[in-house]
Design a protein around this ligand. Structure first.
Ligand SMILES: C=CC1=C(C)c2cc3[nH]c(cc4nc(cc5[nH]c(cc1n2)c(C)c5CCC(=O)O)C(CCC(=O)O)=C4C)c(C)c3C=C
Ligand SMILES: [Fe+2]
Ligand SMILES: [Fe+2]
Length: 369
């Protein structure tokens, strides 16, 4: 992974149009107090926990935050990098490369920014800065391929809440989902095939998505269906027979039933049933983060080996892979149709050169890390 040392969160000169890549968010530090602050903001969102507010206030403040913050901080500490939280470092890198990719496609007059739904850089701060820079058109690109009210819906809430306080609101476009976008599916296919070319094939490929409470599915959230569609399209691209892969859901939170089958027990059962090797990929996460690097690559690996498995491969998220950056550029482009984003040829040539320099610098930093 290539890292960036300095975090300028917006890239490119403002030609009046911007793409904002929005991810979930992450604590500012792997400490108990920073994790507590982050979890408090995240878990106070009524889109995330749908329990009557007063009841939830007591549970959150008297049980969850006191008990979970320290435990989560230790998990964050186990994946923290010199540059910070992997989720933030990856998203930042994606924004920089997306700007270069859009420039190469001619869309030089676009600012690319990154923002977090919870924590920093906060979505309201980033939207305010774009406004101050004279930005008149904003396309919101959530880092979630599958729509869920708990994630994408919550980004919509935050965008509307911010602009509610502003008289002259820019033109807005939202990427709702891209669970079936060919570029996204092909980027996943490319990652998996590259891994298999280097390491051979597993007995079973596990496609592990972040879970949500089962109740949200019954109430009409399309997330589960979109995860299954992603899995079906990906399996078809890889020409996998149904017995060669399984779809699971991870990161259960709380006592209620979440989408099933759960990842950890499924992988343990696979080991008990004689699978020697499983490969796990998390297609619903476009950046590696706590839930992939700690929960899957550490905890679930341990569970599989303890149940008798012999080889566990975690296939990384799309992160800054070229196929994914190209797909993001295409998705953004498709949501900016009609906007004056195209730059004249001499400016495009200069931008291309700048993009190459940025990529070379990023790769050099990556090699040093
Ligand atoms: C990929 C999509 C995600 C969905 C859908 C989602 C729903 C969801 N999550 C929680 C509770 C937690 N999630 C946590 C971390 C976390 N979640 C996502 C993504 C989705 N969540 C990511 C990318 C991350 C990692 C953040 C990072 O800093 O790396 C956590 C915090 C970690 C911990 O304390 O264990 C919680 C809590 C709920 C309740 C929910 C839907 C209702
Ligand atoms: Fe989550
Ligand atoms: Fe987790």
């Amino acid at each position: 992974m290539a890292f960036l040392k300095e975090p300028p969160y917006t890239h490119g000169s403002t030609g009046g149009s911007a793409v904002v890549l929005v991810n979930l968010g992450t604590p500012d530090a792997p400490t108990r107090s920073a994790v507590r602050r982050y979890l408090k903001q995240f878990l106070s969102d009524p889109r995330v926990v749908e329990i009557p507010r007063l009841v939830w206030w007591f549970i959150l403040n008297l049980i969850i935050l006191p008990f979970r913050s320290g435990k989560s901080a230790r998990k964050y500490a186990s994946i923290w990098t010199r540059e910070g939280s992997p989720l933030k470092v990856n998203t930042q890198q994606q924004a920089l490369l997306l700007r270069a990719a859009l420039g190469e496609r001619g869309h030089g007059n676009v600012t690319v920014a990154m923002a977090m739904r919870y924590g920093s850089p906060s979505l309201p701060d980033v939207l305010a800065r774009l406004k101050a820079d004279g930005c008149e058109r904003v396309a919101i690109l959530p880092a979630y391929p599958q729509y869920s009210g708990t994630t994408t819906g919550s980004i919509y809430d935050a965008v509307f809440a911010h602009y509610k306080q502003i008289r002259n609101v820019p033109e807005l476009r939202f990427v709702r989902n891209y669970h079936d976008h060919e570029g996204y599916i092909e980027a996943l296919q490319a990652s998996i095939l590259a891994h298999w070319d280097a390491h051979g094939r597993p007995d079973k490929l596990v496609l592990s998505f972040h879970g949500v409470p089962k109740r949200t599915l019954l109430l009409g959230d399309p997330y589960h269906c979109e995860c299954l569609k992603t899995a079906r399209l990906l399996a078809a691209k890889l020409k996998l027979a149904p017995e060669q892969y399984v779809v699971t859901f991870q990161s259960r939170f709380g006592k209620a039933e979440w989408l099933q089958p759960y990842t950890a027990p499924t992988v343990q059962q696979l080991a008990r049933d004689g699978a020697r090797r499983v490969d796990v990929i998390c297609p619903g996460f476009t950046s590696d983060c706590l839930e992939t690097l700690e929960e899957i690559a550490m905890e679930v690996r341990h569970d599989f080996m303890a149940a008798g498995g012999k080889e566990f491969h975690y296939i990384p998220c799309l992160n800054d892979t070229p196929a994914w950056i190209a797909a993001m550029a295409e998705i953004a482009e498709q949501h900016m149709i009609g906007w004056p984003t195209m730059m004249a040829q001499p400016q495009r040539d200069a931008l291309k050169k700048a993009g190459e320099t940025a990529r070379a610098a990023a790769l050099k930093l990556g090699a040093e890390n």
